[in-house]
Design a protein around this ligand. Structure first.
Ligand code: C5P
Ligand code: MG
Length: 161
């Protein structure tokens, strides 16, 4: 049955590594450290991509873009998100809205909320009001709180186009 709506959830985490860029939603955040990963390690784009794939029940990002494949080394992760959006369109669905939380102890990200939302909204062809990005610390607890990693959770709603 073709559902009128489909909801999907995504989660991702990447290790913090000195000398790497910190890229969130396609925006490079000024920081003395970044995130380790095979691609550009854009944990936010990865979580949103998994949320779209999850809504479609089409597996996960690693199924579509294996992290052993040389062509994805250093790849800009917005392209993974656009691929998932195309799979949604192929299945007759559009993204209605996105809501995400990035959990990172530092640096402060709130000044980058608008550029990140604008970048994601523009890439996805969505109004700004359909893309929400929230930031949290882990209150010094656990690997995120100890500054070892960054996590992201995302939810998307697809509607029949
Ligand atoms: O984690 P906590 O609730 O203390 O975060 C308070 C606020 O700080 C958040 O609502 C968010 O606006 C901001 N924040 C941020 N950058 C982070 C973590 C939190 O701007 N890395
Ligand atoms: Mg990832």
């Amino acid at each position: 049955m073709e559902l009128p709506f489909r909801i999907g959830q995504g989660w991702d985490t990447h290790r913090i590594e000195a000398g790497r860029p910190l890229i969130l939603g396609g925006i490079t955040i000024p920081s003395e450290f970044g995130l380790a990963g095979h691609s550009d390690a854009d944990v936010l784009s990865h979580a949103i991509t998994d949320a779209v794939l999850g809504a479609l029940a089409l597996g996960d990002i690693g199924l579509h873009f294996p992290d052993t494949a040389p062509e994805w080394r250093g790849a800009g992760s917005i392209q993974f998100l656009l691929h998932a959006q195309k799979l949604a369109a192929d299945g007759g669905y559009s993204i209605a809205n996105v809501d995400a939380s990035v959990i990172l102890e530092r640096p402060k990200l709130k000044n980058f909320r608008t550029p990140i939302r604008e970048r994601l909204a523009s890439a996805l062809g969505l109004p700004l009001s359909s893309v929400s990005v929230k930031f949290k610390t882990a209150e010094t607890v656990g690997p995120v709180g100890q500054g070892l990693s960054c996590e992201c959770h995302a939810i998307v709603l697809l509607t029949r186009s």
